[in-house]
Design a binder for this molecule. Sequence first.
Ligand SMILES: Cc1cc2nc3c(=O)[nH]c(=O)nc-3n(C[C@H](O)[C@H](O)[C@H](O)COP(=O)(O)O)c2cc1C
Length: 175
Amino acid sequence: MQLLRERKSAREFSGEKISLPVLSNLLWAAFGVTRSDGRRTAPSARNWQETVIYVASADGLFLYDAKAHSLLPILKEDVRSLTGTQAYAKEAAVDLIYVADYARAVNSSMEEKDLWSACDTGFIAQNVYLYCTSEGLNTVVRGLIDKAALAGAMRLRPDQKIILAQSVGYPKKSS
Ligand SMILES: Cc1cc2nc3c(=O)[nH]c(=O)nc-3n(C[C@H](O)[C@H](O)[C@H](O)COP(=O)(O)O)c2cc1C
C-alpha cells in the first residue's frame, strides 16, 4: 500500500551512478525470470515475452538477457540523449528502452501486435516504478521519443518496435 501511494513520475536526476547490484535488482523486478518454465515478473500476452529491455548508460548500450540474468554489450556509445526528446533523458543514470520483438508475436494481426505489446510493456514499466519507489530512485516512463533516430542508432530490425523508454536515477539532493 505504501509503495502504491508513493509511486510517482519524477524527472530530476543527480549525476550519481546506479551500482550493479541495484541495476541487477531493477532489471529482475522489471522482467526477470521467476519460474522454472521461464515465466517472468510481468505477464505477457500469450506468453510471447516479446518485450526486450535495453539499458542505455554513460558506459554504452546493453541488452538484458533475462534467462541468464546478465547484460550483453551492444554499443559503446552513450545513446541516453536519443531515448527521449526531453532534456532530462540524458541526465538519468540509465534509460531503459522497451523494444517489442514482433518476430515473437506469432500468429497475430498487426493490431494485436501493437495493442498487446503496448499492454505488456506497461506491466514492466509499472514494476520498474514500484522497484524505484522502494529503492529511493526517481523514474519516469516516456513515449516522447524520436523512434526512427533511436532505432537507427540501436540498429534495430524493422520488426523490432520501440514502445517506450523509462529514465531511472537518483534524485538531486535537496540543499
Ligand atoms: C504511456 C505513457 C507515456 C508517457 N510519456 C511521457 C513522456 O513522453 N514524457 C514525460 O515526461 N512523461 C511521460 N509519461 C508520464 C506521465 O506524464 C505521468 O505518468 C503522468 O503525468 C501522471 O503522473 P504520475 O506518474 O506521477 O502519477 C508517460 C506516461 C505513460 C503511461
